[in-house]
Design a protein around this ligand. Structure first.
Ligand SMILES: C[S@@+](CC[C@H](N)C(=O)[O-])C[C@H]1O[C@@H](n2cnc3c(N)ncnc32)[C@H](O)[C@@H]1O
Length: 357
């Protein structure tokens, strides 16, 4: 939001030339997040057809059984990668490490990463990311705080981009005392949100803010936020920025306040298919448009948010170490099928909540 010779990934280990062909085919695939997919209603994620949707970590009921034709549907849930894919992924990782991003480009793209996102939002319409309407389903607290009688609530979205999370939340909001701060360090993204037809300053305030910077966002004080949403933003930070970001979120939240989190998981197709000159560091890549992306391991993510194992945290004193309780951190694995090209794509995301002690 994945295998080299996908088919390999998907079928058997191919001969080298065949692998190259498959890698090319895979890298040309459109794997935009959360695409609309037509499927049989009884197997869709539509809550009317799916009893399990009340559980935030049950993403659906399309379990792949031995007798199933994998190409019958566009997506299957909870599918573990097979040996061919794992082998393919390891080969790709070795290839990526051997051909990293040049030092010149590392310096160029790491020195002002917001610039690449500005260019991204100039070049893409606000509809680039599909509206994330599913969030309220996945994070029940978002439903709770938007009820009519929820009272005064400060909701923060960090890395809000074009507002594809913020606007659907406001569209469903019944709470007259909800204030949503939508923050992004790309001026262009903030501009896109502010010029949206549904931008209503009674309920929403979009501002430029760097989560890994030194200041707090405009109009927000320490300990003033009830809930923070971070969807596909933490992966845009370099590992050196994690600690500062976690600290800033910790400062902003009220005690007991929580972070609703979703991001890329290790081994996702988007990681595996990176080709030469995209590797910045382990699990950290430069996309063709200059934006950066990291792929997390579940234990690593839990350690980052619980205050253990953050780079540099050992040197700092205990009081500086943010302290979150990790709740419901899960791995969402999905096998997406390109039926026309008969390709299998293994996707992997991490989703969970981090509560300030
Ligand atoms: C992959 S996009 C996701 C956008 C949005 N959350 C969504 O899911 O539609 C990542 C966003 O994070 C923003 N971002 C990256 N690093 C940031 C930082 N240090 N502080 C604030 N925003 C940041 C980018 O500008 C971009 O809008």
């Amino acid at each position: 939001m994945a295998s080299s010779r996908a088919e390999a990934a998907l079928i058997a280990a191919p001969a080298p030339v065949e692998s190259e062909k498959l890698a090319a085919e895979i890298s040309s695939l459109d794997i935009q997040e959360e695409k609309d997919q037509k499927m049989a209603p009884h197997r869709s994620h539509d809550p009317h057809h799916n009893q399990k949707r009340s559980d935030p970590f049950q993403f659906g009921s399309r379990f792949l059984n031995q007798e199933d034709d994998v190409f019958e549907f566009n997506a299957w849930d909870h599918v573990e990668t097979d040996d061919a894919y794992k082998e393919y992924a390891e080969q790709q990782f070795a290839m990526q490490r051997q051909s990293p991003v040049s030092d010149f480009d590392k310096q160029r793209f790491n020195s002002d990463p917001a610039k690449s996102w500005d260019a991204f939002y100039k070049n893409n319409t606000a509809n680039f990311f599909k509206n994330r309407k599913w969030l309220q389903q996945e994070f029940p607290v978002l439903h709770k705080i938007t009820r009519e009688d929820a009272g005064a609530i400060t909701l923060l979205e960090i890395g809000a981009g074009a507002g594809n999370t913020a606007f659907p939340i406001l569209a469903n909001n019944e709470n007259p005392a909800l204030k949503l701060h939508a923050l992004d360090y790309s001026k262009q993204a903030v501009e896109v949100m502010r010029s949206h037809a549904d931008y209503d300053t009674n309920f929403m305030q979009a501002d430029v803010w760097d989560v890994a910077g030194d200041s707090l966002p405009p109009g927000l004080e320490e300990g003033s936020v009830d809930v923070a949403i971070m969807v596909f933003i933490f992966s845009a930070l370099s590992p050196a920025e994690w600690k500062k970001a976690v600290n800033n979120v910790h400062r902003l939240l009220k005690p007991g306040g929580e972070v609703c989190f979703r991001d890329y998981g290790r081994g996702d197709l988007a990681q595996v298919r990176f080709r030469k000159q995209r590797y910045l560091d382990e699990n950290f890549y430069l996309r063709g448009d200059g934006t950066r992306v990291y792929f997390f391991d579940k234990d690593e993510l839990a350690a980052i948010w619980s205050g253990n194992n953050i780079e540099g945290s050992k040197e700092s004193n205990e009081e500086d170490t943010p302290s979150f309780v990790v709740e419901d951190l899960g791995v969402d694995r999905r096998l997406l099928i390109n039926r026309a090209r008969r390709l299998k794509m293994y996707r992997c995301w991490l989703q969970g909540r981090f509560r300030k002690k």
